[in-house]
Design a binder for this molecule. Sequence first.
Ligand SMILES: Cc1cc2nc3c(=O)[nH]c(=O)nc-3n(C[C@H](O)[C@H](O)[C@H](O)COP(=O)(O)OP(=O)(O)OC[C@H]3O[C@@H](n4cnc5c(N)ncnc54)[C@H](O)[C@@H]3O)c2cc1C
Length: 340
Amino acid sequence: MVSSLYGIDQERKSIWVYLEVEADGLAGVSLELIAKGRQICNQLGWQLAGLLLGHKLGELAAEGFAYGLDEVWLGDDPLLEYFTIEAYSKAAFEALMAAKPSVFLLGATPNGRDLAGRLAVRLRTGLNADCTDLYMNPRDERLVCEVSGFGGGVLALIEMAQHRPQMATVRPGVFSPGELDRKNVGKIIPISLDLTEDVIKTRTVERSIGEGVDLTRVPVLVAGGRGVDGDFNMLGQLAQLLGGEIGATRPPVDEGHIERERQIGQTGVVSSPKVAICCGISGAFHFVVGIEKADIVIAINSDPEAPIFDYADYCIVGDVHQIVPALIEALSAEREVSIG
Ligand SMILES: Cc1cc2nc3c(=O)[nH]c(=O)nc-3n(C[C@H](O)[C@H](O)[C@H](O)COP(=O)(O)OP(=O)(O)OC[C@H]3O[C@@H](n4cnc5c(N)ncnc54)[C@H](O)[C@@H]3O)c2cc1C
């Protein structure tokens, strides 16, 4: 078996979180991983550190401390202003080799997945992708990564015996972020970088910000399945009246009725709304994992035996093309009364 570049005998008792940056601060998934890391570090008395790469991002370290980090390892360089896999993996690799943390967690975002895969190969360690839970085995202080396999038919618990760091990615929305406490402060550790332009093989020609929707934390999710027959306008009206957003199962996405970014489930988004309204959805495991964190699930299905009813708090047996318009009408009438 190939050994990792550093092993269990050289690891430092710390958990690292890759701090992904968005336009308005640290990415939600990074805050969620900080919260999970904090919980484990508090149990074990370990250090929790963030890896922050970019340019002129020092103030984001304070955000990381406010959410519970003890340290931020900061790589600040003009060549890190935008994500490129070559520069980011080089900087991250150097930092990891200098600090040798036991655990390194990343969000299963496009950039997080890219970085995680490349680093795992370079460090010759293992990577548990798309974990559905993480905890520490108290017996041997090894990270236990829960991963679903065989189309959701089994849940595998994976531990790494010798290889370090123990790497894992987790999708946005799987964990909850912690509380912000501006009184928390920590230590910034600058990473010494040796970056030159020739390292970067990709060139940014144009940057365009998409109008993407974040379904992980919408208050109300109105999700449509094959039973909706592509009528997402109808669901959109209901979502708008309830201050929510629409999502979908995979079939309507595959059939082109709705954008892929709105797919809920194992290969889509994990959403934690207050209310999820599932319209014409059978309740396959692959979908249900995306809504099981909802506070309340309402299901509308013409088949009284549909498995979705096993997960729903409120079950409406009937035709979605009759029930949803009736709901829209009732909500609109109520709104008119309250405005009038
Ligand atoms: C590896 C893998 C990953 C996957 N990942 C995902 C994922 O991330 N997300 C996802 O959603 N799926 C995923 N799938 C697919 C998943 O297994 C199911 O096939 C899918 O969720 C079913 O979608 P559905 O409920 O819309 O369709 P169906 O299973 O066809 O169900 C349609 C439902 O609509 C009801 N219905 C029909 N007409 C009406 C009507 N007029 N009024 C009310 N109810 C009506 C029917 O009774 C039925 O229950 C994945 C599959 C695999 C193998």
